[in-house]
Design a protein around this ligand. Structure first.
Ligand code: ATP
Ligand code: MG
Length: 388
């Protein structure tokens, strides 16, 4: 089955699309990564997303227009990928999260934009979309869904606890122990606050701290780091999920003290607090190894903070498992598309907190007659190959 997984994360830096050729053999699912594309949004779409994200307010007219613009942007990326590589059976689109509705520890709703009809029309494939809401309706967080892929990729080590950490806008982890049920949760910000601070101090000229250089040139202010870590979310037990509704520019500016901080010192403080928050969430698990992915890997200052606070952990990357750092989320949605098309449940209740596992997503039929494969045996291992 040929599946495109397509998504844009909370940083909305790029639409990530991955074409995967799946083949099942018993409980082993083989995934050949055919081609990965990372395509930045047209500037007007990027600006429109920025203008609706919390704490901004918007109108249903803007939401409708943005839903179409994102759907068309995704359709264009998926369409070109399919044209270059031959037709696909399924496109699984995560869309663009614009609101993740959390109250206390409960996730009550989540909204991803990117109307799937445009993708079905352009590619002719059946589209799986809206992959989070079914898990929320089953009492779960709708996030992190990555634990499915982490479990398939890492399996269980007979004696050690392994972790997977994705440093996107938000940081999410999966913890896999030899005996206990998998656990997964959002630790809080990964790049969200760093990007917000950098964009603010640069007057909108810079979107992120390239190579962590600005943070490395400054000194973290311990008082500000303390205030940035003073947030009840960090001490909530899992399962839990969060987003830019909480971790945005206002989060940083509302914690600034009276003292004047140089831009480099502010970004150093935000980077230090971010690293400490992720490490503090992981420390109690006593991980032997941590497989890292996501754009935050390219910020050595953030990575140094993490390593400093997790001295006993061996840091590895998902690239060692054959998954390019920027393609992991797209691979996850390709896997979810495969599972949904086969009628297999893809949510993991111990990770999201749902009362049961669900087949995820809504289907938009493509141009060909909708024919789904017979229910397959649930895969328990994923072997990744290919050239993407
Ligand atoms: N060279 C770099 N130096 C420093 N930071 C970088 C670099 N490249 C990417 N980043 C950071 O990574 C972020 C993008 O990461 P990524 O695409 O994994 O996040 P995302 O789109 O929010 O995805 P998701 O939330 O779904 O995991 C950028 O916003 C930036 O903060
Ligand atoms: Mg991204």
């Amino acid at each position: 089955m040929r599946v495109i997984g397509i998504t844009s994360g909370t940083s909305f830096d790029a639409v990530e699309a991955l074409l995967v050729d799946f083949e099942a053999d018993g409980d082993l699912l083989s995934a050949q990564l055919v081609e990965h594309r990372s395509v930045t949004y047209p500037a007007r779409v990027r600006d429109a997303i920025a203008s609706v994200l919390p704490p901004a307010t918007t109108t249903v007219e803007e939401v409708c227009k943005l839903d179409v613009a994102i759907g068309q942007a995704f359709a264009s990326v998926a369409g070109e990928l399919a044209e270059a590589n031959g037709p696909v059976d399924i496109v699984c689109s995560h869309g663009q999260t614009v609101f993740h509705w959390v109250e206390g520890r409960a996730a009550l709703g989540t909204l991803q934009l990117g109307e799937p009809a445009w993708i079905a029309e352009r590619t002719g494939a059946t589209v799986v979309s809206d992959v989070r809401n079914r898990d929320i309706a089953a009492g779960g967080q709708g996030a992190p869904l990555a634990c499915l892929l982490d479990i398939l990729l890492l399996g269980r080590h007979p004696a050690q606890r392994l972790g997977a950490l994705n440093l996107g806008g938000i940081a999410n982890v999966t913890v896999l122990g030899p005996d206990d049920d998998p656990v997964a949760f959002d630790t809080g910000p990964a790049n969200a606050l760093i990007d917000a601070a950098v964009s603010w101090v640069s007057g909108g000229h810079e979107a992120y701290d390239h190579g962590g250089a600005l943070a490395a040139s400054g000194h973290a202010d311990p008082a500000l780091v303390g205030r940035l870590l003073d947030e009840p979310y960090f001490s909530l037990p899992p399962p839990k999920s969060t987003g830019k509704e909480l971790f945005n520019l206002e989060y940083v500016t509302s914690r600034l003290g009276p003292e004047h901080l140089a831009p480099a010192d502010l970004v150093a403080s935000v980077t230090a607090a971010t690293g400490e928050s992720v490490a503090a969430a992981l420390a109690p698990f006593g991980l032997a190894e941590l497989f890292v992915s996501g754009g935050g890997m390219r910020n050595p200052t953030l990575m140094a903070e993490l390593r400093r606070h997790l001295p006993g952990v061996r840091f590895r990357t998902t690239e060692e498992l054959g998954v390019p750092e920027a393609a992991k989320e797209a691979l996850l949605f390709a896997v979810i598309g495969y599972f949904s098309a086969c009628g297999l449940t893809a949510s993991i209740p111990s990770c999201t907190g749902a009362s049961h596992a669900s087949v995820l997503g809504s289907l938009t039929p493509g141009l060909r007659r909708l024919r789904l494969p017979a229910t397959a045996c649930p895969p328990s291992r994923l072997a990744v190959g290919g050239n993407a």
